[in-house]
Design a binder for this molecule. Structure first.
Ligand code: EPU
Length: 431
């Protein structure tokens, strides 16, 4: 089993290039199922989730080819021959629920097994189903398989009861080729939702209002293909910003959209870091001030992202004073706290609220990633801890961070990936 071995205590210094957005890519790639033509998608992050969704599309009959630069993929779904995705195919990735909306939109039929729960609680899809049904589909969810069938899909007026990235995207997928104008209210406004809509528009769809509370989709008969470039990953960028602040370093985070980072920049300034914004990069560097407590409440965009909550908790665990973190998106996203405690963090959790008592130092230990962002939190904690930390369960981190350890090594971090019995060294230091 692979693990990261990290020798903590080094400030991160230098420049890092941010990859394309994972949560845009895992929506845009299945959206190509709607297109009868060739989609060329640039700035694809090379992460495990992308490999998994591409494999599923191939099984459905898509032709997929990565170009030499490895970050451009050409997808041709003209000859698609199936609307059934097996459990074996979809179990590895939660976002495979986008196959339902995409296949329904393409064939008026979808049969997709659903992966089980996930590491931060129940992840219902009732709002996705509400969208499909409003468009005229009959949805059956018995035996862990979602079957959605429609004679034809017809536009509707849909009000989502909760702000959901997945339900917003899935309802758009199913309505893009439906007859008439679909209005979806109370939608998610995340940058990757806007990017996904922009991709479909570039392929010939007519989607208006992405980034606001209401989206209008005018059905078109066919999508014909084109070229599109995915936006930079807001969460990867935020992870490096937090890591730079936590290690009291000086990092220029390049190839980003600073507007997407506003809630994170503001919070880091409140905590005592310096943040300097440029056109497409942000510099985070230590000031004279000591890092101090801050309260954080996660919210849908433009609020502070839940996908950066574990990382900011790692930072606050070494900031002076007591911080209160309220998780208002997911029911159960504090399991990783037990792992941070192994490193000496003092954190009490009561339901959706965590109280972090800043300590002077963390001390290296053996921990595991309990999910993707929890894994990033462990890495940040390990970078500031005294001594050596070993982090297991790298499969989670590999799902969503491209070349994580190489990017950190280039910033001076002493991090190496090792198999249990292997040896390794970085920057000349045996670990
Ligand atoms: N919800 C419902 N019913 C639904 C759908 C969602 O009650 O039908 C609830 C959820 O239980 C949750 C809230 O609505 O409490 C928000 O869930 P949302 O649907 O927005 O989450 P998601 O689409 O399943 C995406 C990201 C997550 C990220 C959330 C919130 C992808 C592939 N995943 O999930 O990202 O945490 O939005 O921003 O886009 C990650 O990248 O590590 C990750 C988990």
């Amino acid at each position: 089993m692979d693990k990261f071995v990290i020798m903590g205590g080094k400030k991160l210094i230098g420049e890092v290039e941010i990859s394309g957005a994972k949560n845009a890519a895992v929506a845009i790639i299945p959206a190509a199922l709607l297109v009868e033509g060739t989609c060329t998608i640039e700035n694809i992050p090379r992460i495990k989730d992308v490999d998994v969704i591409c494999d599923i599309l191939t099984q459905l009959g898509a032709k997929i080819q990565f170009k030499d630069n490895k970050h451009t993929v050409v997808i041709d779904c003209t000859g698609l021959n199936s609307y059934t995705a097996s459990f074996e195919a979809v179990q590895k990735m939660r976002a495979s629920y986008y196959l339902i909306g995409a296949l329904l939109g393409r064939f008026n039929h979808a049969c997709v097994a659903m992966p089980g729960g996930c590491n931060f609680g129940v992840r219902p899809i009732d709002q996705h189903i509400k969208g499909f049904e409003a468009l005229g589909a009959v949805v059956d969810t018995t035996s862990g398989i979602i079957k959605a069938d429609a004679e034809k899909l017809v536009a509707s007026h849909i009000y989502l009861d909760v702000v959901s990235v997945g339900a917003t995207i899935n309802t758009i997928l199913a309505s893009v080729r439906a007859e008439g104008v679909t209005v979806i209210e109370n939608v998610a406004k995340e940058p990757h939702v806007v990017d996904f809509a922009n991709f479909l528009n570039a392929m010939g769809a007519q989607i208006k209002g992405a980034g606001t509370d209401t989206i209008r989709v005018t059905g078109v008969k066919k999508l014909l293909g084109g070229t599109y470039s995915i936006i930079p990953d807001q969460i990867e960028a935020g992870t490096f910003m937090i890591a730079a602040a936590a290690t009291q370093g000086d990092v220029l985070i390049k190839n980003i959209i600073p507007k997407h980072m506003e809630s994170i920049s503001a919070k880091l300034v409140e905590i005592g870091a310096n943040v300097q914004e440029f056109d497409d990069s942000i510099r985070v560097f230590a000031g004279k001030k000591q890092l101090t407590k801050a309260n954080v409440k996660t919210l849908p965009y433009p609020g502070f992202p839940t996908d950066l909550q574990p990382q900011i908790v790692a930072l606050l665990s070494v900031a002076k004073g007591n911080s209160i973190i309220t998780e208002s998106v997911w029911d159960n996203r504090f399991q990783y706290v037990e792992e941070l405690r192994r490193l000496g963090a003092v954190i009490n959790v009561d339901g959706r609220v965590a109280m972090v008592e800043g300590v002077d130092k963390l001390v290296g230990a053996t921990v595991k990633a309990t999910d993707l962002r929890a894994g990033a939190s462990m890495v940040i904690a390990a970078l500031v801890a005294n001594g050596v930390t070993e982090i297991y369960n790298l499969k989670y981190i590999d799902r969503g961070y491209e070349d994580f350890e190489s990017k950190l090594q280039a910033l001076g971090a002493q991090i190496v990936r090792k198999s249990d019995d292997g040896t390794g060294s970085v920057n000349g230091v045996a670990l």
